[in-house]
Design a protein around this ligand. Structure first.
Ligand code: FES
Length: 107
């Protein structure tokens, strides 16, 4: 999935789809991060939440996740979000799934 960097507003998450999965894309200054859009606590869309300090906050019950690692930082969420690969070439941003081999995080 490709998007244009200029479509992204700093600090305002955007929901896209990658291989049928909902993904929340967030721009922080000149960097772009992509994590699964569905909160691991329940069924809320994180792209409707707020970003601050490199974290995204779920609007439903207030869980916060680290946008770089997907880690759940505050309750009620305890499971990390899936993180997607972001490739930036000029203003073109490609968002892809990590393949199983390169998947990081818990086993
Ligand atoms: S659904 Fe996100 S914190 Fe509950």
């Amino acid at each position: 999935m490709k998007i244009d960097f200029n479509e992204l507003i700093d600090g305002k998450p955007k929901r896209i789809e990658v291989n049928g999965k909902a993904v929340c894309v967030a721009r922080l200054g000149s960097e772009v991060f992509a994590v699964a859009d569905t909160c691991t606590h329940s069924d809320a869309s994180l792209s409707e939440g707020d970003i601050s300090d490199g974290k995204i906050e779920c609007w439903l019950h207030g869980a916060e996740f680290d946008l770089r690692t997907g880690a759940a930082i505050t309750l009620p969420a305890t499971e990390a979000l899936e993180v997607f690969k972001v490739i930036q070439e000029g203003t073109q941003i490609s968002i892809e799934e990590f393949s199983e081999n390169t998947m990081t995080g818990e086993k």
